[in-house]
Write a protein that binds this ligand. Structure first.
Ligand SMILES: Nc1ncnc2c1ncn2[C@@H]1O[C@H](COP(=O)(O)OP(=O)(O)OP(=O)(O)O)[C@@H](O)[C@H]1O
Length: 317
């Protein structure tokens, strides 16, 4: 299967903080990939670079064969011209263009137009593609009305697809949180993406809402859309994702199937930390298999179970 997204040696630095530190991974067509890691690991920063919201310090991002971020030639780094060039549109593509190319995203904190209705929110995603000009919009020509009706039909289709059952004329701000999340996903889908980035889509959802979110993400994948999600709910990630990339302090520490990730001691160490008296886990020893991953995985399983029975959110954070 070919890659719809290729991220290579992506780096983003805020002063002395390396938010993303040499991240490289691919997203294959039509797969569900989860990006996980402890708080502050650099997940959202990576999303922001990939979708054109942030300028990475260096690295390249290629989406559907097109470069969103290009590696800047080394001599220009020395001249400190990089950011100046990028702010003029060199070596980067702005988020609106990235969306047109077929990458859509949702945000950790919902970014809906609270003063617009549900239907209007979804329609905004399609208005960017309407070809009607200033005059036809002003006088509502038959062409404009036809385009507008098609837009409404499509918006309703996406609301239906995500399982939105409330009143489409309500202001988004009047909806319960779970329904607002659905509307945000409907709006992202209305841009006809090939790749959908979901930043913590299950945050704030109850058990039933999470179950229906998982079913929705699978239906989105079945449309042929690749889905990348940042998620802290390990139960959901393990059940839903086909592949998982794990970040810690901006670095990728693992990339594999849920079963491989669950048994990876570096991942377990990143989440649980290690006993101060214990010998630190050494990556080279891990790869040669001289440390018992199973023993540590048992600990992780027990801790996750305890968190769930405490009424916490089903997993390790
Ligand atoms: N705009 C910013 N300015 C300065 N530092 C930032 C900025 N955004 C993120 N950081 C820092 O970069 C690091 C990575 O943050 P990021 O939000 O990407 O992590 P995350 O893995 O998404 O965390 P969480 O799971 O808590 O959302 C953190 O140390 C954070 O404090």
């Amino acid at each position: 299967m070919s890659a719809v997204l290729e991220v290579r040696d992506l780096r983003l630095q805020f002063g002395g903080v390396k938010a993303v530190d040499g991240l490289s991974f691919d997203v294959r067509e039509g797969e569900i990939l989860a990006v996980i890691g402890p708080n502050g690991a650099g997940k959202t920063s990576a999303f922001n670079c990939i979708s054109g919201f942030y300028l990475p310090t260096s690295g390249s991002v290629v989406f559907d064969g097109k470069r969103i971020v290009r590696e800047v030639p080394k001599p220009w780094h020395a001249l400190r011209l990089v950011h100046l060039l990028q702010s003029f549109g060199f070596y980067r593509v702005l988020p609106s263009r990235v969306t047109k190319w077929g990458m859509a995203r949702t945000f950790q904190n919902l970014r809906l137009f609270r003063e617009l209705s549900v239907l209007e929110n979804v329609k905004t995603a399609m208005h960017a593609n309407l070809r009607e000009g200033f005059w036809s919009t002003l006088v509502h020509t038959p062409g404009y009305r036809r385009a507008e009706e098609a837009c409404v039909r499509e918006a309703r289709g996406w609301l239906d697809f995500v399982g939105f059952q409330d009143d489409e004329d309500l202001y988004v701000g009047q909806l319960p949180y779970g329904e607002q999340r659905r509307v945000e996903i409907a709006r992202a889908l209305a841009t006809s993406p090939k790749l959908l980035l979901l930043d913590e889509p299950a945050a704030g959802l109850n058990h039933n809402e999470k179950q229906s979110l998982m079913a929705l993400i699978r239906r989105i994948r079945d449309l042929g859309v690749a889905v990348v999600l940042i998620e802290h709910d390990m139960g959901m990630v393990m059940e839903l994702a086909e592949r998982i990339v794990v970040l810690n302090y901006g670095k990728e520490i693992a990339d594999g199937t849920p079963a491989e990730i669950k048994a990876d001691p570096l991942v377990i160490e990143a989440y649980l930390g290690v006993d101060d008296d214990a010998e630190p886990i050494d990556a080279t020893r891990l790869r040669t298999g001289t440390v018992s991953a199973e023993a540590i995985a048992d600990v992780l399983g027990a801790t996750a179970g305890a968190a769930a029975s405490d009424g916490k959110d089903g997993g390790v954070r």
